[in-house]
Write a protein that binds this ligand. Sequence first.
Ligand SMILES: NC(=O)c1ccc[n+]([C@@H]2O[C@H](COP(=O)([O-])OP(=O)(O)OC[C@H]3O[C@@H](n4cnc5c(N)ncnc54)[C@H](OP(=O)(O)O)[C@@H]3O)[C@@H](O)[C@H]2O)c1
Length: 288
Amino acid sequence: MKLLVVGHTGMLGSDMLLAARNAGHEASGIDYPDIDITRQESIRACLGEIRPDAVINCAAFTAVDACETEVRRAFSVNAEGAGFLSLAAKEVGSIFVHYSTDYVFDGNATVPYGESDPTGPRTVYGRSKLEGERLAGANNDRTFIIRIAWLYGTTGTHFVKTIRELAKKYETTDSHIRVVNDQIGSPTCTLDVCSQTLTLLETGRFGLYHGTSEGQCSWYDFAGEIVRAAGFKTIVDPCTTAEFPRPAPRPAWSVLENAALKRLGLNRMPHWKEAFSAFLEREVQSPL
Ligand SMILES: NC(=O)c1ccc[n+]([C@@H]2O[C@H](COP(=O)([O-])OP(=O)(O)OC[C@H]3O[C@@H](n4cnc5c(N)ncnc54)[C@H](OP(=O)(O)O)[C@@H]3O)[C@@H](O)[C@H]2O)c1
């Protein structure tokens, strides 16, 4: 297929472009400022020229805390921008793939959220992403919306990178790393999201999907795994979310059930521990 990855220099977008090419697709990428998804003329010029079979939208305003004050920008990029891209994709006959987030839920559940569970975002980021889902779906009936969470990948700034840097910095000091143990989710590797997306893309089964790794843990549990795997002796201590107030409240429960993928027999998402091992193995084989 001829694929266009929008936001291809971001964490997910960069791995998506590589994965698409490795899977034999004719894939190209574009990002800000060469495209501005908040401007319809910018999108139309780009899609009209490339005319891809599918547009994979990895562009977003992802700074969750900054969204609380930059509300206009959050809705402009995450909601209207998603809607504009979806519409422009339809105009050139393209499938649209869009990513959303666990932040569309209130985070108060105690069992994994399914696709049809009621949403209730508690942050500007979550509200803007939910509106983006609505507009993307409404503007193009050949749309896949994939909700993901707790992402790490081969590029960008993410939890694995941050914990490794802290572990290295503190290893020869008395400092411990403190990580919350009352937020539960499923660490998910971009590489798995990419291959799951490419699998789904071939099916034509458009709609809303959850696409996170299987299993669950706290950020504290995950930090322990990261430090151990990196071979540092740095100690990780548990703490509570209340000890680290943030402008945007973090969901206590981010676990998503890949119910729609499972119903179709298409769930390829591995357990988070298996995925993390594979990620580490890949780093050894092809260090950045
Ligand atoms: N990271 C996570 O843990 C996570 C969790 C759940 C869902 N998601 C979703 O997954 C998707 C990818 O996230 P990510 O972490 O890969 O994001 P990311 O690394 O922040 O990348 C986003 C990309 O979008 C670009 N962008 C921002 N505004 C734009 C605009 N107006 N026009 C064109 N491009 C624009 C950014 O460019 P600049 O750098 O120049 O701004 C950046 O290259 C997003 O939809 C996000 O909501 C992520």
